[in-house]
Every structure is written in structure tokens, then in C-alpha cells.
Design a protein around this ligand. Structure first.
Ligand code: MG
Length: 305
């Protein structure tokens, strides 16, 4: 039985800031390797304006190819109704991911709307998604700290959680977009978020900017959370978040869970294959630690450390 769910976001979050546009073929190869490792929830692309994020201009092509893969539930990020229309044309979209920020300044800089304006558009997209039978995740960026406003009061996040839960979303995402959270902050906020969200599933999206990613994930686990968004080989970040570097590496978190006897249903050796491939696509040095260790030691040895 799977005790925790890992959503790998590398094909979207990992590749959207790559200075070189990664080919559709390589994106599909990355997705295939993740599927081979047993990851069944993957954020595959985003339907954003191709001029804003040219790295995601092949969103439709990626989804056409993913559509044939029954083993995976594809999740796509969308920022507006046009994006939803493009995404929902693909019958296989499992869930859409919508982003709001916890602070007005970040929201304005990221998507050029106030939090309220963004939420109004979200409500109409949510209605359409329900009609189309597509699940909806409402993600809250900069939930712990904002590069423009500094520390983010828990109240900012909780208000949005309450609003989205009442609107009827299928998942709430809490994101530490700049990798500033500490485990005690994660513990405090996640417990409150789970309480407000009630039966609505909650996930965390962590960055490893300061090396606290795995500690924060474990804090979230102890607080009762069971869904984690990570990126294979730690690739990616946020193009609009100064100081943001590297998502928590999928293989690092899976390794931690395995060592602790927490069931992920993921094949670790195959996951390292996917991590190798992701690292080869990325122009940045990989943040994932376990994969680098494995270059010098056998997997058995890595397991015994
Ligand atoms: Mg990220």
C-alpha cells in the first residue's frame, strides 16, 4: 500500500526555467522514466502563453503523447481560461493546477493580478473544470516567505485555503516557493491548513534552496500530510522568484521515506535512472544529493549508510 503520494513536477517546474528549450522528445523520455519508476502522478506541462514561457510552447504536443499512457495521471498548470480551454481539449488531463500567491506583491509580479482578481477568474475555471470532470488543485505560492514582502503571516494562507475549500477544489497545494521555511514553521502551518481543509487533500511543494527541503517534508509528514510535490534531480525553481533555486529532489525524498520504512511504491533504482536523465537535461548543477552519492557507491551501499 502506498502510504505517501509523490507528484513529480520536473517536466513542468523543472524545465520551465531552462535557458535552452528541451525538446518534446526529451520531455517524453523524462516522463517515461518517471512512470517506469512507479510515479503515477506527474505535472507534465503548463498551458501558459508561449511568448511568456517558450519552454512550455509544446504543451499540446506533450499532452498528445502523454494521452496514450494509462499508468499516469497527468496534471497541468494553467493560469487563465484560455489555458484551461487548451488543456481540457486533451481528454486525459487528470487535474489542473492553479496558482495564487499568499502575498499581493508576488501575485502582481508573477501573474499581474491582485489575489482577488485571480480568485474570480479561478472560480469560473473551476466551474468549467467541474463540468468537464477534471480535478482542480489550488496552489498557494510563497506560503512561508515572499521575496518582496518577507515573512508571510499564516493568516494569509489560511484565508485562501478556506476560500478554495469552500469553492470545492479537489486539492490544496502549499508551496515554499523560495525555500525559506523551517520545520517548525511547516509543522505549525500544515497542521492549521489540514484543519481548515478538512476532507480536501493537501500537498506541499518544497524547495531545497537552503538545504531544508527534506527536513521540511518530514515535518509536514509528522503534521499529517501525505502528498508531496518534488522534482527529479531537484531541477527547476521559479522564473519569477528571485532567490529561488531548486525544488526538493524526488529521489532524495523517496530515499528518506524508504530508509524510514514509509511505503512509496517507487522503484528507487529506476528513479535514479530518471534522475540521471533529468540532470543531463538541466544546465544547472543538480541539487539532488543521493544521486551524486550513488555515482561513487553501489545502490546497496547507499541504502546501508
Ligand atoms: Mg517549484
Amino acid at each position: 500500500m502506498r502510504e505517501v503520494t509523490i507528484i513529480d513536477v520536473s517536466a513542468r517546474d523543472g524545465l520551465q526555467i531552462e535557458p535552452n528549450v528541451v525538446s518534446t522528445e526529451d520531455k517524453i523520455e523524462l516522463i517515461n522514466r518517471l512512470i517506469a519508476a512507479g510515479i503515477n502522478k506527474i505535472e507534465t506541462t503548463s498551458f501558459v502563453h508561449p511568448e511568456k514561457v517558450p519552454q512550455m510552447a509544446d504543451a499540446s504536443e506533450v499532452m498528445n503523447k502523454v494521452a496514450t499512457k494509462a499508468e499516469v495521471d497527468p496534471i497541468v498548470l494553467i493560469p487563465n481560461m484560455k489555458g484551461f480551454e487548451r488543456a481540457s481539449a486533451h481528454g486525459r488531463v487528470y487535474e489542473i493546477n492553479w496558482i495564487s500567491s499568499a502575498t499581493e506583491t508576488f501575485n502582481k509580479k508573477n501573474i499581474n493580478r491582485s489575489i482577488d482578481e485571480n480568485f474570480k477568474i479561478f472560480e469560473s475555471v473551476l466551474r468549467e473544470a467541474k463540468l468537464a470532470g477534471i480535478r482542480v488543485c489550488f496552489s498557494i505560492a510563497v506560503s512561508f516567505g515572499c521575496p518582496y514582502e518577507g515573512h508571510v503571516p499564516e493568516e494569509n494562507v489560511l484565508k485562501l485555503v478556506e476560500r478554495a475549500t469552500k469553492a470545492g477544489v479537489d486539492r490544496i497545494g502549499i508551496a515554499d516557493t523560495i525555500g525559506i521555511a523551517t520545520p517548525n514553521e511547516v509543522d505549525s502551518l500544515i497542521k492549521k491548513v489540514l484543519d481548515v481543509a478538512g476532507d480536501t487533500p493537501v500537498s506541499v511543494h518544497l524547495h531545497d534552496t537552503r538545504g531544508f527541503g527534506a527536513a521540511n517534508a518530514y515535518a509536514a509528514y509528522l503534521a499529517g500530510l501525505r502528498i508531496f510535490e518534488t522534482s527529479i534531480s531537484g531541477i527547476g525553481g521559479c522564473p519569477f522568484a528571485p532567490g529561488s533555486a531548486g525544488n526538493l529532489a524526488t529521489e532524495d525524498l523517496v530515499y528518506l521515506f524508504k530508509r524510514m520504512g514509509i511505503q512509496t511504491n517507487i522503484n528507487f533504482e529506476k528513479l535514479l535512472d530518471a534522475a540521471d536523465f533529468a540532470a543531463s537535461l538541466s544546465s544547472k548543477e543538480s541539487l539532488g544529493r543521493v544521486r551524486r552519492l550513488n555515482r561513487e557507491r553501489t545502490i546497496e551501499e547507499v541504502r546501508c549508510i
